[in-house]
Design a protein around this ligand. Structure first.
Ligand SMILES: CC(=O)N[C@H]1[C@@H](OP(=O)(O)OP(=O)(O)OC[C@H]2O[C@@H](n3ccc(=O)[nH]c3=O)[C@H](O)[C@@H]2O)O[C@H](CO)[C@@H](O)[C@@H]1O
Ligand SMILES: C=C(OP(=O)(O)O)C(=O)O
Length: 439
């Protein structure tokens, strides 16, 4: 097995705030689209080639997990921009599945690794997968995966921290299943499992996220028969086998929204290269209401804000097409500098406010009332040492640091390396003072 590149654990990010952002930030392939696409390679003994795969700790970790099941990979077509390597083309081949167990040591590091349960069960008739880890933003149960796979005929038991799933003799059986709650991950898993089931599956109340559509398009290119992805009702007519394909990861809408909010905070004029505004219309409407100019161009999304100040806007996180929970922390960063009070309500994860106390170190005025944060904008933030607690919380501290007076040091940036490719290089190229201090 080839050496998978590691990310440094104890690095810190040092920011000296106060500079406007001006220039171009190339947007990478989406982490949350790349991960399920990589997992789909388990469904076929042919090669699945994925373009625009970001170089992130989560991607490298999933390469290790897939390797444990017998997936080989090779990297070609590295793209170079601004003298540095980024998103790559990776070929994944699961000629033989050598192990249907996904062990705790690998799966506990990342939520999405649990999703191998769908393709392993569909292709091999069995899977034994450790209960997952991931960002500590709530309890994050797996009941919907279990109920959904059981609806396709799987027998499921939980034994010593592992979900053990067995398909009926002859394979999974298509069925109608209504998700009691919208789940991105459970929708991904049922799409993959039902693609190789016998007969028709109809999923109701399915997640409509662009990453689900990206996966369905890839599965269809591999020979699956899926219609309705991107709506709440998805129909999958099972096929007996899937083939290889070549497919591109969509641009990262959360990275796009994050840098757009950074520009809204610091002021300036930045082109988010390759970004698609149709992937986050709601968040862009909200940003426009704060006083930020956003236009789609042929090259990407242009974001501008002059010195007029930030207007407060209330938001509530919702499944797509609503305001994404993965941008809630960053938006709170922006609201700390608004001219007035805003309310930010989190409805997806019950413990996704850990950035509140860290933003307070920078001088933010935020109080919590249940699932709502009440943010009173301050004249200016002041730099301070802060601690990253999860992926999106970490980046909210970085963008707040860009707008704060003086020096901010963000500790525990390994969270950031899970989901932001070359963050310091991208921001520095637009005039920010940001550097990584090796731990
Ligand atoms: C790798 C990836 O793509 N992660 C994203 C994915 O996470 P993930 O797929 O884990 O999130 P889900 O959409 O499944 O979670 C939505 C809600 O459903 C609950 N739930 C989920 C499954 C289940 O079996 N039972 C249950 O109750 C969750 O606890 C949460 O409250 O979608 C989230 C919601 O947009 C994003 O914040 C994450 O960035
Ligand atoms: C919460 C996230 O990731 P995960 O689901 O892997 O924890 C995220 O991408 O913001």
């Amino acid at each position: 097995m080839k050496q998978v590149r590691s990310f440094a654990f104890m690095d810190r990010i040092r920011i000296v705030g106060g500079n406007k952002l001006n220039g171009i930030i190339p947007i990478s392939g989406a982490k949350n689209a790349a991960l399920p696409l990589m997992i789909a390679s388990l469904l076929t003994d042919d090669t699945l080639t994925l373009d625009n795969v970001p170089h992130l700790a989560d991607v490298e970790q999933l390469i290790r997990i897939l390797g444990n099941h017998g997936v080989d990979y090779s990297v070609t077509g590295r793209r170079e921009r601004q003298g540095d390597t980024y998103s790559r083309t990776i070929h994944f081949t699961a000629r033989n599945i050598v192990d249907t167990t996904a062990p705790y040591e690998l799966v506990s590091k990342m939520r999405a690794s649990f999703w191998v349960i769908g393709p392993l069960l569909a292709r091999c008739g069995k899977a034994r997968v450790s209960l997952p880890g991931g960002c500590a933003i709530g309890t994050r149960p797996v009941d919907l995966f279990i109920d959904g796979l059981a609806a396709l005929g799987a027998r499921i038991e939980i034994e010593a921290g592992y979900v053990e799933a067995t398909a009926p003799r002859g394979g999974l059986i298509g069925a109608a299943y209504t998700f009691p709650k919208v789940s991105v991950g459970a929708t991904h898993v049922l799409l993959m499992a039902a693609s190789l089931a016998n007969g028709r599956t109809v999923l109701k109340n399915a997640a409509r996220e662009p990453e689900v559509v990206n996966l369905a398009d890839c599965l269809n290119a591999m020979g699956a028969k899926i219609t309705g992805a991107g709506t709440s009702t998805v129909t999958i007519d099972g096929v007996t086998s899937l083939s290889g394909a070549r497919h591109a990861v969509i641009p990262d809408r959360i990275e796009t929204g994050t840098y757009a909010m950074a520009v809204a905070m610091t002021g300036g004029d930045v082109l988010l290269g390759g970004a698609r505004s149709d992937l986050l219309e709601n968040a862009f409407d909200v940003l426009r209401a704060t006083g930020t100019e956003i236009t789609q161009t042929n090259e990407g999304v242009r974001v501008r804000r002059n010195g007029a100040g930030v207007s407060p806007v209330d938001i509530t996180t919702e499944p797509f097409p609503g305001f994404p929970t993965d941008l809630q922390a960053q938006f709170m960063g922006l609201m700390t500098m608004a001219k007035g009070r805003s309310h930010i309500t989190e409805t997806i994860f019950e413990n996704r406010f850990m950035h509140v106390q860290e933003l307070a170190r920078l001088g933010a005025k935020i109080s919590l009332s249940g699932q709502t944060a009440i943010v009173d904008g301050v004249e200016a933030l002041k730099g301070a040492p802060v601690m990253a607690t999860d992926l999106r919380a970490s980046v909210s501290l970085v963008i707040a640091g860009l707008a704060a007076e003086g020096e901010t040091v963000v500790n525990r940036v390994y969270h950031l390396d899970r989901g932001f490719e070359r963050l310091e290089a991208k921001l520095s190229a637009c005039g920010a003072t940001v550097e990584r201090i090796s731990g």
